[in-house]
Design a protein around this ligand. Structure first.
Ligand code: NAD
Length: 487
């Protein structure tokens, strides 16, 4: 990897609490390694404990009254300054992200740019109206609504979008006057600490944003239990999300969950097959399939099944798989050895349940945790691969005869995050928009990908609570208060 000249210093592997860089109270650290070169350390990071969570929540609680009292436009200025700081260090962040969790550089550059855009979008919310005005029924006097911040909010984030997801949670939280404790994913601490560094450079008042690294089962769980934390926004797996929700709602907290997906792509016989192929490839294999919105099932109409399959296999043949720090590479490694083994086991299970591997299915690098883009066919609808999220570059092809059949099978899972159709027919496109059971619906685009200014979130087992991003974020990060005024 080429070292950058004049690159901003990497943040040290410490927590950011009350405006200071501090080691964990336990004094313990862990080593994060590079999934492409597992013998290479990316850095040492704090193994935070309950005491660190306690200190971070206390700092956020102290900072809340003053932060909440600032004019929106003043808060917006801090977000704008942090965006500029992220942009100044964007290349370093992208390279660090690639090194610590293996996402190809071409994607980590895009994700970093997107994080800065999210901050600027959130800052723009300072200039939108908040609240509504009515007349009281009996008197005609004023009655209006306003929005107030909720208080201290804990954000618990996954490793697979280590800058976009923390930022799309903290930006609306902060602009609307809340203070934040952000718990970074164990597998991606360095990228998240860059966010803290950007806000430190922006001279955010101490305690408004606090950032912790370490194990979810210790520091994450402590935040969920802490009664001073009023709301929790969580993105991650279904099992952890549900346990966080159950614990938090018992304590009367507001909870938002963004969870896994099992996202279908339907290819109709009238589709533009070249575009559909590209969308299937990107949806299934970019980020090595480690996206909640990745394409897991591809339903292809009988008449074009063989042609589409040939095109997809040819695209895989042309695909660039390997070292993610090479900007040409499209598919890099899996985040760590454990996930790598789980995906290889799932591929084995797919085979043993009768599925046939028509591409990939094996390790693609001696050292790095790289799995070749893998395509199955003849997988039963009730097989493991058709129902459970396998978080890697694995997808399956299914034949169908009619749109009725495709819709039923596409909707036949517990998840409801994203769904896509490729067709040139208005009827099929319209029906899909009305009937696909997903929070995100794509007509002639891939299942992954989302704009920053529109709502994002899943239905069924893929989510819980209000959606994120865009104006939808207001619902989670503010309380509505109704005010009756009589002279
Ligand atoms: P994960 O559930 O293992 O961890 C998510 C976060 O929760 C991490 O910060 C982790 O440390 C923390 N955590 C773990 N145990 C905890 C506990 N007991 N209490 C509190 N916090 C705890 O998920 P992951 O492996 O980091 O991420 C991958 C998963 O996230 C996939 O299932 C993917 O589909 C999902 N995801 C969903 C979306 C979405 O928007 N719907 C986006 C990205 C990822």
């Amino acid at each position: 990897m080429t070292e950058l000249v004049d690159a901003p210093a990497r943040p040290a592997g410490r927590n950011y609490v009350g405006g200071e860089w501090v080691p964990s109270a336990s004094g313990e650290t862990y080593t994060k390694t590079n999934p492409m070169r597992p013998s290479e350390s990316v850095g040492e990071f704090s193994s935070s404990t309950e005491a660190d969570a306690d200190a971070a929540v206390a700092a956020a609680e102290r900072a809340f009254p003053e932060w909440a009292a600032l004019p929106l436009a003043t808060r917006a200025a801090y977000l704008g300054a942090a965006a500029a700081s992220l942009e100044a260090r964007a290349e370093q962040i992208a390279r660090d992200m690639t090194a610590e969790m293996g996402k190809p550089l071409r994607e980590t550059r895009m994700e970093t740019a997107r994080a800065a855009q999210i901050l600027r979008y959130a800052a723009s919310q300072a200039y939108y109206p908040v609240g509504e005005r009515f007349e009281q029924a009996a008197t005609g006097s004023d009655v209006s609504t306003c929005r107030r911040p909720v208080g201290v909010i804990a954000l618990i984030t996954p490793w697979n979008f280590p800058i976009a997801i923390p930022v799309w949670k903290l930006a609306p939280a902060l602009i609307h006057g809340n203070t934040v404790v952000l718990k970074l994913a164990y597998e991606a601490p360095l990228t998240g600490l860059h966010i803290a560094e950007a806000f430190a450079e922006a001279e955010l008042p101490p305690g408004v944003l606090n950032v912790l690294t370490g194990r979810g089962s210790t520091v994450g769980a402590a935040l969920v239990r802490d009664r001073r934390v009023r709301a929790i926004s969580f993105t991650g797996s279904v099992a952890t999300g549900h346990s966080v929700r159950d614990e938090a709602t018992k304590l009367g907290k507001r909870v938002q969950l963004e969870l896994g997906g099992h996202n279908p792509l339907i290819v109709m016989a009238d589709a533009d097959l070249d575009r559909a192929t590209e969308a299937a490839y990107a949806g299934a294999f970019w980020s090595a399939g480690q996206k909640c919105t990745a394409t897991r099932r591809i339903y292809v109409q009988d008449e074009v099944y063989e042609t589409f399959k040939e095109k997809l296999l040819a695209r895989i043949e042309r695909g660039k798989v390997g070292d993610p720090s090479d900007p040409e590479i499209e598919v890099g490694p899996i985040v760590n050895e454990k996930q790598f083994e789980e995906i290889m086991d799932a591929i084995q299970r797919g085979r043993s349940e009768g599925g046939q591997v028509v591409a990939g299915g094996e390790r693609a690098d001696d050292e790095g945790y790289v799995i070749a883009p893998t395509v199955f066919e003849n997988v039963r609808d009730d097989a493991f691969l058709s129902c459970e999220e396998v978080f890697g570059p694995v997808t399956s092809l299914y034949r169908f005869a009619t749109l009725d059949e495709a819709m039923e099978r596409a909707n036949g899972v517990e998840f409801g995050l994203s769904a896509a159709i490729f067709t040139t027919g208005l009827g099929a496109a319209t029906r899909f928009q009305n009937e696909a059971q997903a929070g995100l619906i794509h007509v002639n685009s891939q299942t992954a990908g989302a704009d920053i200014h529109v709502p994002f979130g899943g239905i069924k087992n893929s989510g819980f609570g209000p959606h994120e991003q865009g104006r939808a974020a207001l619902e989670f990060y503010t309380d509505v208060v109704t005010v009756y005024v009589d002279a």
